[in-house]
Design a protein around this ligand. Structure first.
Ligand SMILES: [Zn+2]
Length: 275
């Protein structure tokens, strides 16, 4: 029996919209509730690396603008993944009379802002950096539960591959942190790259391995640009492994084995199924 809705306050909610039209895919929408909370009543605030920054109060306009930035940047996760059902999964086929169609699953993300912390999966503290603090999203090091007012400002990293050839990679903090909120680790962990695996095991002679699963190696530093450019590395690109939150969830909705679903990074219209 297919579930069209799953409520999960510890991860995210999800809704499966079942297509009635043979030409249209089904849609799996993950609904991540966040409750952004202003850092208020203090004049300094520490980032993930324990560096102290001067902060001030948010104006109401700045606050709403920042919330809009969260929505806009989280939207990068949309229109990235389509899931192809297991061969033996027929339950959501559409009978068009003389033939059947098997829609694929279009993956969507909806970030919902809650004012009530208990309704949200993630409570995110957001610091308004003082006007004397300038730069971009890398000035203050954010994490999945702590953002700052410069997080909307992209940073360009120059990341070397194994041969030392550098690639300019534009980094946006918010979609990367949304990835963590969806349960994704860094790309090196997802792809089990040798350099990241070594960093996690402990590689004290290499400063780029410091931090283990959060190390530069696990972001793809010194690896091929296809790894470093990933959304869970330094960049904005998506790989099949990034669809994991949807793959695991569609398996729950349909009572199927997650390993049998295939991920495509381009739109796949429904297939015609022969009996
Ligand atoms: Zn990260």
């Amino acid at each position: 029996m297919v579930k069209t809705s799953i409520e999960d306050l510890t991860t995210f909610h999800s809704e499966l919209t079942i297509s009635k039209n043979a030409g249209e895919n089904h849609v799996l929408r993950l609904r991540l509730g966040i409750c952004p909370q202003k850092v208020t009543g203090v004049t300094t605030f520490n980032d993930f690396d324990n560096n102290s920054f001067k902060v001030r109060e948010w104006t109401q306009l700045e606050w709403y603008n920042f919330r809009d930035t969260i929505f806009a940047q989280a939207d990068m996760w949309n229109n990235q993944f389509w899931l192809i059902p297991p061969k033996d999964f027929k339950e959501l086929d559409i009978d068009a009379g003389y033939v059947k169609f098997r829609p694929n699953i279009k993956c969507e993300l909806f970030v919902q802002v809650w004012n009530t912390p208990a309704m949200a999966q993630m409570k995110i503290k957001v610091a308004k950096l003082d006007d004397t603090v300038t730069g971009d999203s890398t000035t203050f090091r954010s994490d999945a539960v702590t953002y700052d007012s410069l997080d909307g400002v992209a940073h360009t990293f120059q990341i070397p591959d194994a041969g030392g050839n550098k690639t300019n990679i534009v980094h946006y903090t918010i979609p990367h942190e949304i990835g963590h909120a969806l349960g994704q680790p860094h790309i090196g962990v997802l792809k089990k790259t040798a350099a990241c695996t070594l960093a996690i095991a402990g590689n004290p002679s290499d400063p780029m391995s410091a931090g283990g699963a959060n190390s530069n190696r696990c972001y793809g530093f010194g690896g091929p640009p296809s790894i470093a450019e990933n959304i869970m590395g330094y960049g904005t690109k998506f790989d099949e492994v990034n669809a994991e939150p949807w793959v695991k969830r569609i398996a729950q909705h349909t009572g199927t084995d997650a390993a049998k679903w295939q991920v495509k990074l381009a739109e796949m219209p429904p297939f015609m199924v022969t009996a």
